[in-house]
Design a protein around this ligand. Structure first.
Ligand code: ATP
Length: 254
């Protein structure tokens, strides 16, 4: 599906990606892990054309997209759900979904796009109950579902998800990850998932990559990464204590 080879990205003098390479096979869920500032968001943004690579290759189903514009990349089948969701807060839930199909307005009828929005409402029933509500009034988890649903309206082959668990309570994180696993199983969407929450990401991923200062330093099957001492020390231990703290904070019996 996707092959990234030797990608370099600079922000001025900051060398954010240093020969980063990865691949994603059709219908896989691939997790991209790494600490703060390791280049995860930059890698997704370089794939979706939001930032320009200085050199390297991004090939989607045999076609180079490294010089393509973000809107052309959406048309070729990649949807990017950015960190922080970036939904249109004053617009209704339904209008946010419809905007996911914006690039198809000239070719598809509104009725056809509405029918696709109904499919998303079936996937995320909580959004259906709130379809006329301003999106900014949704909870964090619901906003994440809306951002994913809006991306689905572009009919992606490959979904790039940047930190879907950010700012959510542990119970809601589990719900979001269940939805992501179902998207692959039921809709055949291929997923590249950036997460700080390594355990949750690896629990639904087939394979994973670990980035450090813009380089891929480790890759392998998800179960191997979960069992890897370095990964446990750097990403899983800290997360366990953070999750335990969050559960303590939200549990009134403690
Ligand atoms: P986090 O998990 O904290 O979101 P990340 O792994 O996604 O981090 P990036 O956001 O890709 O990392 O950042 C990689 C490096 O590039 C960091 O050193 C960051 O400070 C720098 N960087 C990112 N965006 C910009 C920008 N717009 N201008 C300048 N530097 C940037």
């Amino acid at each position: 599906m996707l092959r990234v080879r030797n990608l370099h990205v600079y922000y001025g003098r900051i060398h954010a990606l240093r020969a980063a390479s990865l691949h994603v096979v059709d219908n896989e869920v691939v997790a991209l892990l790494g600490g703060n500032g390791s280049g995860k968001t930059t890698l997704l943004a370089a794939i979706s054309g939001v930032v320009r690579a200085a050199s390297g290759e991004v090939v989607l189903r045999g076609e180079s997209i490294v010089r393509a514009r973000p809107d052309q990349i959406v048309r070729r089948g990649i949807a990017h759900v950015p960190e922080g969701r970036h939904i249109f807060k004053p617009l209704t839930v339904e209008d946010n979904l419809m905007l996911g199909a914006y690039h198809r307005y000239a070719r598809s009828s509104r009725a056809a796009i509405r029918a696709e929005a109904e499919e998303v409402f079936r996937l995320f029933p909580v959004l259906a109950e709130r379809r006329g509500q301003a999106a900014g009034t949704l909870s964090g988890g619901e906003q994440q579902m809306l951002a994913i649903g809006r991306a689905l309206l572009s009919r992606p082959k490959l979904l790039l998800l940047d930190e879907p668990s950010m700012g959510l309570a542990p119970k809601v994180i589990r719900e979001i990850f269940d939805h992501i696993a179902r998207l692959r199983a039921e809709r055949g969407v291929t997923i590249l998932l950036v997460e700080q929450n390594a355990r949750a990401a690896l629990s639904i991923a087939d394979r994973g990559y670990v980035l450090e200062t813009g380089r891929v330093v480790l890759e392998g099957p998800a179960e191997d990464l979960l069992a890897n001492r370095e990964v446990q020390r750097a990403y899983l231990g800290r997360e366990r204590s953070r999750t335990a703290a969050a559960e303590r904070d939200t549990d009134p019996s403690v």
